[in-house]
Design a protein around this ligand. Sequence first.
Ligand code: PRP
Ligand code: URA
Length: 209
Amino acid sequence: MAICVVDHPLVRHHLTLLRSVETSIAEWRASLRAMTRLMMYKVTESLPTEAVKVTTPMGPAEGTRAQSESVAIVPILRAGLGMVEAALEVLPDALVGHIGLERDPQTHAPHSYYCKLPSQLERRKTLVIDPMLATGGSAGEALGLLKEKGARDLALIALIAAPEGVSAIQARHPDVSLFVAAIDSHLDSNAYIIPGLGDAGDRLFGTAH
Ligand code: PRP
Ligand code: URA
């Protein structure tokens, strides 16, 4: 499996804001969007393009058109929703699917509650987005669902991964490219990433109790 750790000063800056308990909800959402945009530049390095001709004020020029319509972006609900808008700023014609998964608090296994996907996934580059890769159960399940629906060219984009999650995806989906901003130390006994950033869905939507 190809693993890319996107290491850039601005990515590290926004990741630090996402981790901090002092970051307000508005700043947290803004940093999630900023990090997603920054990571998408790396993720889209292999985006299909076509040659086009344009006319500048000085005459003809050869150009490039990025085929963003060939991409499907698939957030894992809920936290992946916070990355969609930024991904679409980079890939404005991409299609968007949604996969709803929630971890069981005791077993940490993902429970699936929603799935709506674009058609013809076999022809598309499919980008699964979720800020957190902890045990890898949710991302592994989402990638499995997408393969069942025909997706073949898959990448998983997470912001923080645990080594356990990376190993799980490597074992279950060795064909999938993985992009992360950081691989943290370990999981705690509740399968939360240490140091991580806490519960991404709760921080995005303000639902922490
Ligand atoms: C979080 C996160 C991932 C998942 C990662 O979602 O956004 O989807 O946990 O954990 P895993 O790698 O062990 O599966 P959660 O299940 O808390 O749902 P939520 O986004 O609705 O809060
Ligand atoms: N889900 C989260 O949102 N955070 C973690 O640390 C683990 C799973």
